[in-house]
Design a protein around this ligand. Structure first.
Ligand SMILES: NC(=O)c1ccc[n+]([C@@H]2O[C@H](COP(=O)([O-])OP(=O)(O)OC[C@H]3O[C@@H](n4cnc5c(N)ncnc54)[C@H](OP(=O)(O)O)[C@@H]3O)[C@@H](O)[C@H]2O)c1
Length: 256
């Protein structure tokens, strides 16, 4: 990885921007530069109070788009509102580990497995990323390095799996990593300036990790603000040669 830092992109799309790391990423970008344009997307950002406050604090810089990343038509509508060759960065922080309304929780043992949980997590955590990328290709700037990052998780690393469990979540993040790697091979030829990356945030204090924080030492539980800042810096330190890689918040490359 080259440590060379390029300047903040003038326009970025952050998906999963309603809370957690995605919301912190939006805020971080708005604070970084008064000229950056940020598009914030998730299922109900138009009524999101935190984003409304950011819009007020940074007039003319934030656009909010309601989008369900698992619904192709919803993604197509959102993408249609973005000008061609205008995006310098796309970050998809969408991810689910547990959701009682969908009956999804991290499985401890084989007897806990359910088709419905596995299918939901594969759809939301893995495949949504390539479906989004496919629609966004014409929107990336062509004359400079541009970035597409998906939030993965170290538990998706097959070689790093030491304690087992969390079958569907691990499998969905391993699939996401494979998808990023595969798309990077194709885009290296067709979009040589596009840098694709899977990013691991470390354990971060958000709704997603809340039920699993009991045994996490305080110094290892990061704030979403710290993580957004670190990951943005890691991402912008990457070059097209790094495309397809899996990187942690501290810049370390994680083996698949
Ligand atoms: N927190 C951690 O410790 C940790 C550790 C490793 C990896 N990660 C990964 O980091 C990413 C961000 O996690 P987080 O902790 O910030 O999670 P979070 O606070 O639970 O936020 C998840 C985001 O995903 C959005 N989302 C969920 N389903 C969606 C859909 N169908 N369409 C559009 N947006 C959708 C949510 O928005 P709405 O529900 O409002 O639509 C929300 O903005 C995830 O991919 C997670 O797997 C987190």
């Amino acid at each position: 990885m080259d440590a060379k830092q390029t300047s903040t992109p003038d326009q970025a799309l952050i998906v999963g921007a309603s809370r957690g790391i995605g919301l912190a990423w939006v805020e971080h970008m708005l604070k970084l530069s008064p000229s950056v344009q940020v598009i914030a997307a998730a299922r109900s950002v138009s009524t999101n109070e935190a984003l409304a406050a950011l819009e007020q604090a940074h007039p003319g810089q934030l656009t909010r788009i309601d989008m369900d990343i698992t619904d192709e038509e919803s993604v197509a509508r959102a993408v249609a509102s973005v000008k061609d060759q205008s995006l310098g960065m796309v970050v998809n922080t969408t991810g689910v580990l547990h959701d009682s309304s969908m009956g999804v929780f991290p499985e401890k043992r084989l007897e806990d497995l359910k088709w419905s949980s596995f299918e939901s997590l594969m759809r939301i955590n893995a495949f949504s990323n390539v479906m989004l990328l496919a629609q966004l290709l014409p929107k990336f700037k062509k004359d400079q390095p541009t970035y597409f990052a998906a939030l993965s998780a170290r538990v998706g690393s097959i070689s790093d799996n030491r304690i087992g469990g969390w079958y569907s979540y691990r499998a969905s993040k391993a699939a996401l990593n494979q998808i990023i790697k595969t798309a990077s091979i194709e885009t290296k030829r067709r979009y040589p300036q596009l840098i694709l990356a899977a990013l691991h945030p470390g354990t971060t204090d958000t709704d997603l990790s809340k039920p699993f924080q009991a045994n996490v030492p305080a110094e290892k539980l990061f704030t979403p603000q710290f993580v957004a800042e670190r990951l943005m810096s890691v991402l912008m330190g990457l070059t097209p040669e790094d495309s397809g890689g899996f990187f942690a918040w501290d810049g370390q490359s994680i083996p698949y």
